[in-house]
Design a protein around this ligand. Sequence first.
Ligand code: RTP
Ligand code: MG
Length: 147
Amino acid sequence: MTLQRTFIMVKPDGVKRGLIGEIVKRFEQKGFQLLKAELMVIEKEKAELHYMEHKEKPFFGELVDFITSGPVFAMVWEGENIIQVSRLMIGSTSPESAAPGTIRGDFANSKQENIVHGSDSIVSAEREIANLFEPLLTRFSNQNLPY
Ligand code: RTP
Ligand code: MG
């Protein structure tokens, strides 16, 4: 039993194409639990941190421009071995190897505009969640909300 949390994000192309519901449905169907979700436009600095492992790659600038080009639907999901399982559900980065039945295999035909992101390790998941979501206590600490 390895209960894990991961960061899943519908990218701007997925939001524009109306695929938020389809992607949430697949994770719910699999038995995973949604813990947080927010439609947000990512600031450039946060996008650069999110994809920092690709900083030296030739596509880095384009990738940051793409991911900040419109709203994304950022989510935290929890479940057994969710990091490995969610990557299987998402499918390979390249359209020529993303299998039918995976999200990218069914909906994407571009290496860059590939609908969805999922963390690739426990360390990345923690870093990505902390980068894009404020802790609940911090967010609500100065407000007189009834919860
Ligand atoms: P992600 O991080 O978004 O979940 O995707 P991934 O693990 O499958 O792929 P990764 O190698 O981490 O690449 C991150 C994202 O960068 C864009 N990309 N463009 N033009 C290119 O050659 C290229 N290669 C990667 C994609 O949006 C990819 O998902
Ligand atoms: Mg990646």
